[in-house]
Design a protein around this ligand. Structure first.
Ligand code: PMP
Length: 351
């Protein structure tokens, strides 16, 4: 450790992103990207912008994108904050809403960036174990000292929590912020966005990386009461006014506008997910009920690490987990129908 490091740098225990191997022949089912490209209108918008305006700074307030996202969700611009991927929005949220002397709660099995931010910003945490069926124990999130954060649907379990349960967590934390990380919500039943007008303590965070096929462009957003949005904006403007570049702004605007493409690709992924689950179960896997663009599975006589390694040798990338509570589980992103057929053909040579 360098003697020149600050206390903050010393505290870091960085997040390790999933493998990014982008060779053409690799079937990449490991980081929950969308197998379909973005809407052709996104490409057109980016091309036009890149020819016209890259010498100029982007809008620091991202008004047009915030208006478009607000309109999509029947909210107003003052309810919307946009950032460089939802990871950045999450980081800003930890800074804006969580304190050093108040313990926050999140599920023990959930997005592994939460403990990283908590450590970096010196926020005490209490990890709440999942129940035996991998669902989140709602009552355990009551009366938190410093606030609550959880993904819905949860990752990597893929399980969706009904809105009644989300409401219970909000009701049981009236003076604390509850952050619902909805990275995968467009593949699920219903967003908590409809609750924003009822709960000042609710912040919903979504991303354009999954259902909008824009993981490479880095756009995420938060939706909530204008006071919460102002808190996030204060943090952003104290660090970097221009977190979203011009190409990302116009690309994200075009993606939000192309509702037909969004609906078509999202529905396609859900249909592929459903037959993928059936095929996995036919092969002896137990698959948790998924409302995401990935599935979480385990096999009684297969080692998850070995499955991962053998598939990788055959140019198929998946994820596996060594954490005790979810030992021997694999996570598979839903690809195209063709990619999933190749996956099963390859899997059958292994099982
Ligand atoms: N939240 C969850 C639960 C995720 O799985 C991810 C993606 N790995 C993110 C947030 C961050 O997504 P992005 O930064 O691409 O918007």
């Amino acid at each position: 450790m360098s003697k020149f490091w600050s206390d903050m740098a010393k505290r870091c225990a960085p997040y390790i992103p999933g493998e990014q191997i982008n060779r053409a022949n690799v079937i990449k089912l490991n980081t929950n990207e969308n197998p379909y490209g973005p809407s052709p209108k996104v490409i057109q918008a980016i091309q036009k912008e890149s020819e016209q305006a890259l010498n100029l700074y982007p809008s620091p307030t991202a008004d047009k994108l915030r208006e478009d996202i607000a309109a999509f969700h029947s909210l107003s611009k003052e309810n919307v904050f946009v950032g460089n991927g939802s990871d950045e929005v999450l980081a800003f949220s930890f800074m804006a809403f969580f304190d050093k002397n108040k313990t926050i709660r999140y599920p023990a099995i959930s997005y592994s960036f939460y403990p990283v931010y908590a450590k970096l910003f010196d926020i005490p945490t209490e990890e709440i174990a999942l129940q035996d069926n991998f669902t989140i124990p709602v009552e355990a999130f009551s009366q938190s000292e410093g606030g609550v954060i959880f993904p819905n649907p949860n990752a990597p379990t893929s399980i969706y929590m009904e809105l009644d349960a989300v409401k219970k967590i909000l009701d049981n934390n009236p003076d604390r912020i509850v952050i619902v990380d909805e990275a995968y919500i467009d593949f699920a039943t219903e967003s908590a966005v409809s609750l924003i007008h009822m709960y000042e303590n609710l912040l919903v965070i979504q991303t354009m990386s999954k259902s909008r096929s824009l993981a490479g462009l880095r756009v995420g957003f938060a939706l909530g009461h204008p006071d919460l949005i102002e808190g996030l904006t204060r943090i952003k403007d104290s660090m970097n006014s221009y977190t979203i570049d011009r190409l990302a702004l116009v690309g994200a605007e075009a993606a939000i506008a192309d509702v037909d493409y969004f609906n078509e690709t999202t529905e396609k992924i859900i249909r592929t997910r459903e037959w993928t689950i059936v095929e996995m179960e036919k092969r002896g896997f137990t698959v948790l009920p998924s409302q995401t663009n990935f599935i979480f599975a385990t096999h009684p006589n297969q080692d998850a690490g070995e499955l991962y390694a053998v598939l990788k040798e055959k140019d198929i990338l998946i994820r596996y987990f060594k954490i005790p509570a979810i030992d021997n589980h694999i996570r598979i992103t839903i690809g195209t129908d063709e990619q999933m057929r190749v996956f099963f053909k390859t899997l059958d040579t292994i099982l």
